[in-house]
Design a protein around this ligand. Structure first.
Ligand SMILES: Cc1ncc(COP(=O)(O)O)c(C=O)c1O
Length: 386
C-alpha cells in the first residue's frame, strides 16, 4: 500500500473499548456496515444522523425518568415543541395552545402552522378543563399545555385536561421544562407527549442546546421518529454526552435550587417593593393546590410583581444586581434575572399584573447572598420608582 492509502486507514475505531462510567462518545456520519446485505437492513443503524450509542443511551435514560416507552431528541427545546407538532398535525387541524406558552413556540404556531393550513387558538390557562375541552370544535387535534407557564407561572389541571381530551380523541402535548421531566411526569397523568428543553435543568450548565419528546404510545413514537427523519434533525454525540452528565446530578441540583428559590421567594413576599409572588409552591399562589397535588417539588424559577414604576426603574433594578446575570435562559447553576413586561403584549388573555414583572432564576449560590443582592437592588428600584 502507498502512503496515501495507509494514511486513510490509520487511527480507525478499535474493535473493543474499556468500560468507563459514562458511555463512549462515538463521532461518525458514516457507519461501516458488516456486509452488503446490512446496507439496506432497516433494523440496523446505517447512518450517523440517526444517532449512535450515546444518543441512544440518553434516550433510554430520559425514557426511564419520564416513564416513557420512547424518547426522541431534537437540536433545541424549541425544536422539540415544533417537531412534536409537525409530526402529528396536518392541514385542516386546529390546535389549542395555552396563552402563556413560551414565546418562540407561540411565534411558530402563529407564523408557521398557519402556512400549512393548521388553525391555532390561544386559550386562557385559567379556563376550567371542562370549558376548554367542552368548547373544542371537531377540528381540534391537539391541546398544548405549559404548566406552570415559564414567565407568569399559571398552573393548569393537567390530569383533568388530559383525561377529557383523550375521551374526545384530542392529543395533548406538554412543555414540561419547568419540572425537567422529574418533578412532574406528564405521561403518568395521561398526557400523550411530554416535551422539554433539556437545555435548561437537565443540561444544567448553560452550555448546550437540546430538546426531547417522550411518549408511551407506539403510534406517536413512530410519528415522532418519522418527523425527525423527514426533517433531517440530528444531535451531536458530544452534546448528548453533556446532557447525560447533567441528568445524573439533576435531582440534587433541583432540590437545592428549589429550596433556595423558595427561601428567596419567601423573603421577597415580605418586601414592601414586592406586591405579588408568582410561584406555585407558595401557599398564596392561585395554582398552589394543583402544584401540591401533582408536583414532587419546585425548581428555582419564579417571578415577582413590583410596586408600580416606570420601565426606567425596572432597568435600574436589573442593572443594580451584582450576583444575578441578565439573561433569557434558566436551569443552569447560576442565578439570572429578566424583566418580563415586553413579552406580555403578544398574549390574548393574560397581560395584566399588578406591577412590573421580574423573572428570577435562583442558582446554586448561597441564598443569603442572593437576598442581600436583591435587597440592595430593590432599594435602587424604590429610589427610581418614586
Ligand atoms: C418553557 C420553555 N420551553 C422551551 C424553551 C426552548 O428551549 P431552547 O432554548 O433549548 O430552544 C425554553 C427556553 O427558554 C423555555 O423557557
Amino acid at each position: 500500500m502507498k502512503d496515501e492509502t495507509r494514511m486513510i486507514r490509520l487511527g480507525a475505531a478499535p474493535e473493543t473499548l474499556v468500560k468507563t462510567v459514562g458511555p463512549p462518545i462515538q463521532r461518525g456520519s458514516t457507519v461501516l456496515m458488516p456486509n452488503a446485505a446490512a446496507l439496506y437492513d432497516d433494523h440496523q443503524v446505517t447512518y450517523g444522523r440517526q444517532g449512535l450509542g450515546v444518543q441512544a443511551t440518553l434516550c433510554d435514560a430520559l425514557a426511564a425518568m419520564e416513564g416513557a416507552s420512547g424518547v426522541t431528541l431534537y437540536p433545541s427545546g424549541l425544536a422539540a415543541l415544533t417537531g412534536a407538532m409537525l409530526a402529528v398535525l396536518k392541514a385542516g387541524d386546529e390546535v389549542l395552545v395555552c396563552d402563556t406558552i413560551y414565546k418562540p413556540t407561540r411565534r411558530f404556531c402563529e407564523r408557521v402552522l398557519g402556512r400549512f393550513g393548521v388553525t391555532v387558538r390561544f386559550y386562557d390557562p385559567r379556563q376550567s378543563p371542562q370549558a376548554l375541552v367542552g368548547e373544542a370544535g371537531p377540528a381540534v387535534r391537539m391541546i398544548v399545555l405549559e404548566s406552570p407557564g415559564s414567565l407568569t407561572f399559571e398552573m393548569q389541571d393537567v390530569p383533568a385536561i388530559a383525561a377529557l381530551a383523550r375521551a374526545r380523541g384530542i392529543l395533548t402535548l406538554a412543555d414540561n421544562t419547568w419540572a425537567a421531566g422529574y418533578l412532574f411526569k406528564p405521561l403518568e397523568h395521561g398526557v400523550d407527549i411530554s416535551a422539554q428543553a433539556l437545555t435548561k435543568y437537565v443540561g444544567g450548565h448553560s452550555d448546550v442546546f437540546m430538546g426531547s419528546a417522550a411518549t408511551r404510545d407506539k403510534g406517536l413514537l413512530d410519528a415522532l421518529e418519522a418527523g425527525i427523519i423527514h426533517l433531517g434533525w440530528s444531535v451531536s454525540p458530544d452534546d448528548a454526552y453533556q446532557i447525560l452528565r447533567g441528568l445524573r446530578t439533576l435531582p440534587v441540583r433541583l432540590a437545592r435550587q428549589g429550596a433556595s428559590g423558595l427561601a428567596v421567594a419567601e423573603w421577597l413576599a415580605a418586601h414592601p417593593q414586592v406586591v405579588r409572588l408568582l410561584h406555585p409552591a407558595l401557599p398564596c399562589d392561585a395554582g398552589h393546590a394543583l402544584w401540591s397535588r401533582d408536583y414532587a417539588g419546585a425548581c428555582g424559577l419564579f417571578a415577582i410583581a413590583l410596586t408600580p414604576g416606570p420601565q426606567s426603574a425596572v432597568d435600574a433594578f436589573l442593572d443594580a444586581l451584582k450576583l444575578f446575570g441578565l439573561g433569557f435562559s434558566w436551569g443552569g447553576f447560576e442565578s439570572l434575572a429578566i424583566g418580563c413586561d415586553q413579552q406580555l403584549h403578544c398574549r390574548d388573555h393574560l397581560r395584566d399584573y399588578p406591577g412590573p414583572l421580574i423573572r428570577l432564576h435562583i442558582g446554586l449560590e448561597d441564598p443569603g447572598d442572593l437576598v442581600a443582592d436583591l435587597a440592595q437592588a430593590l432599594a435602587v428600584y424604590a429610589s427610581h420608582a418614586g
